[in-house]
Write a protein that binds this ligand. Structure first.
Ligand SMILES: Nc1ncnc2c1ncn2[C@@H]1O[C@H](COP(=O)(O)OP(=O)(O)OP(=O)(O)O)[C@@H](O)[C@H]1O
Length: 329
């Protein structure tokens, strides 16, 4: 007779595959991770973005069991990674920033060695084909280029059909074609039901791959949600050059918008931020009010534009600490 687990059990069928609650980590007196929480479901890719030193690698290393949480809890397939590494072996894998493969072996020998240690591994030909290294099978690992080395790391990580995959800047050093190839492999794993936690400095990578994302800064998650939620939360911007005959204090109040004046190349611009839920609808109303104000006073709105945010703008805002409050996930 079997009993169903009351919490997400080792089978990981129910609940998130990765769960992080109020995680804190310190190096001596320095608190690198300051209370972060997020979940990743099976078949979901979560991108952890952030400024240099934000705490992403520390978080991933904790999830991989290399560090015990200083406070808070982390669970991977329902297990505590730092205490239950054996139970997670083979079902959880990662591509770390520094790979540990042996340089003297050939690519094929390296894959075969990893296959010997795995349960139900993919065929060597299949993995080498997945990462586009089939033509390098007989080459010594030390003779691979940096980007090819990263692809071999990925091959080794996907070989055992992991349920959870940690990818710490997996495409650093890859040319654009290799990067796209990697995206294909990662997408395939997610489609097969793996939960993937990805860190990257390539925002396009997160835009392409992430079901949900978070942006970290100084140990905290500042913004999180789907890409649309993050961009909506940041809000749309209405901008125009401030006409010479309009003083800042004469600018109109617009519904649902806040105004600032930014100086670009010594020219002042009026910038209205229309944020929050259904920003597009509010931006429309704010724009209509602005046009009516300008018509009434015969003011010309030079270089008038209405634009939604890009992920890059949100990222830079987080780095500048001008981000709005986090959007609920
Ligand atoms: N072994 C260590 N000893 C002391 N401080 C550390 C150690 N490892 C990391 N740190 C510090 O902890 C903070 C978080 O580092 P972490 O590597 O987690 O950031 P990151 O977000 O991965 O950064 P990057 O984008 O630059 O890779 C940084 O300020 C870093 O200097």
């Amino acid at each position: 007779m079997s009993t169903a687990p009351s919490a997400p059990g080792p089978a990981g069928v129910r609940g998130p595959a990765i769960s992080v609650r109020d995680l804190r980590q310190s190096y001596g007196d320095f608190e690198a991770v300051r209370g972060i929480s997020f979940d990743v479901a099976p078949g979901e890719l979560f991108a952890l973005l952030g400024t240099n030193g934000a705490g992403k690698t520390t978080t991933i290393e904790t999830l991989e069991g290399f560090r015990r949480p200083a406070a808070g809890t982390v669970r991977v397939l329902g297990r505590e990674p730092h205490r239950e590494a054996v139970a997670l072996r083979g079902r959880v894998n990662g591509v770390l920033q520094h790979s540990g493969v042996f340089g003297e072996l050939t690519v094929a020998e390296t894959v075969d060695l990893a296959r010997d240690l795995a349960t139900d591994p993919r065929d060597r030909a299949e993995v080498l084909d997945m990462v586009d290294l089939a033509d390098r099978a007989g080459v010594a690992v030390r003779a691979l280029s940096g980007g090819q080395r990263r692809r071999l790391d990925l091959a080794l990580a996907v070989l055992s059909r992991p349920r959870v995959l940690f990818l710490d800047e997996p495409t650093t050093g890859m040319d654009p074609e290799a990067r796209r190839g990697t995206w294909k492999v990662v997408s395939r794993l997610v489609a097969e039901g793996a939960a993937v936690l990805l860190t990257t400095h390539y925002l396009e990578e997160a835009e392409r791959l992430a079901d949900r994302l978070a942006i970290m800064h100084h140990g905290r998650i500042r913004v999180t949600g789907t890409l649309d939620e993050v961009l909506d939360g940041w809000g749309d911007r209405i901008r125009f050059r401030l006409p010479a005959d309009v003083r800042t204090e004469d600018l109109p109040e617009l519904p649902g918008a806040t105004v600032t004046v930014e100086v670009r190349d010594a020219v002042p611009w009026a910038v209205y931020t229309v944020g929050g839920v259904s920003a597009a609808d509010r931006a429309h109303r704010a724009m209509a009010a602005l046009l009516s104000w300008a018509d009434g006073r015969a003011v010309s709105l030079d270089r008038l534009e209405l634009r939604g945010a890009s992920l890059e703008e949100v990222f830079l805002g987080v780095a500048d600490e001008t981000a709005p409050e986090p959007v609920p996930a």
